[in-house]
Design a protein around this ligand. Structure first.
Ligand code: ADP
Ligand code: ADP
Length: 223
């Protein structure tokens, strides 16, 4: 069974000036272990797809199955649990909590899910795996470079061992050398740990990392 499945998915935003059709009959199946890019011009529906894959929004019609569960029938509490237990999010702006230390940022999702038992050790283990030096664990995110902050954000996304990572322009805020290092890290998580990755990007250089690219045009998958 695919990790993420969209069948005839439509998303309509009702606005006073008239309905906006953001997605019009989208079929997507993403299998365990795949590294998939989503590309397309501005307004083609990329954010809408990410929001639905991330259980932040539900489709207007069609079936969306994530980690074996149909999200169209979930209430807000169930969607929150889906995000917490099954999905790791990585953003362009890192979105770390500025007042928490590096290790506390990574520990936070573990504490939300299961409490403090073993959480510090697990957070430290994942930080090491993404290449953060122990001397930085007690720093605040603002004391780190952009590339290091994104590594911390990747550690936070991985710490609960999610079914897949959802990445929104993860290198968009980094210089090209640092961006390449971050892509190499994600590539390693995909190839060595078998992590499923879905990434929205405008950068055509990313296609070399991915198994395939889904191209969107006007809310439809281009064929
Ligand atoms: P992309 O991420 O590719 O730029 P989006 O998914 O953001 O595309 O948008 C697809 C279409 O849906 C656009 O026409 C956009 O203006 C519209 N849209 C997106 N989000 C909303 C919203 N919350 N309310 C109304 N219209 C929206
Ligand atoms: P990006 O360039 O990162 O894809 P977007 O332009 O798609 O960003 O939109 C950023 C956010 O604004 C998204 O969360 C989207 O849902 C929302 N949004 C986009 N278009 C509209 C709109 N017409 N009305 C309301 N919200 C919108």
């Amino acid at each position: 069974m695919p990790v993420i499945s969209f069948e005839s998915v439509t998303k309509v935003y009702p606005l006073p000036a008239g309905d906006v059709v953001a997605l019009a009959g989208v079929d997507i199946a993403i299998e365990q272990g795949e590294f998939v890019l989503i590309m397309g011009p501005s307004g083609s529906g990329k954010s809408t797809i990410l929001n639905i894959m991330g259980s932040l929004d539900v489709p207007t019609s069609g079936e969306v199955t994530i980690a074996g569960k149909n999200i169209g029938r979930m209430d807000d509490d169930e969607l929150t649990l889906m995000r917490r237990d099954h999905i790791g999010f990585i953003f362009q702006q890192f979105n770390l909590i500025p007042l928490l230390s590096v290790v506390e940022n990574v520990e936070y999702p573990l504490i939300l899910k299961g409490g403090r038992n073993g959480s510090r050790g697990r957070a430290e283990e994942v930080l090491k795996a993404v290449g953060i030096a122990e001397s930085h664990f007690t720093h605040k995110p603002g004391q780190l470079s952009g590339g290091q902050q994104q590594r911390v954000a990747i550690a936070r996304a991985l710490v609960n061992d999610p079914d897949f990572l959802l990445c929104d322009e993860p290198t968009g805020n980094l210089d090209s050398k640092t961006g390449t290092a971050i892509m190499d890290l994600l590539d390693r998580m995909n190839r060595e740990e078998g992590k499923t990755i879905v990434m929205v990007t405008h950068d055509p250089r990313m296609t070399e990392y991915a198994d395939r690219t889904i191209r969107l045009v006007d809310g439809k998958v281009a064929t």
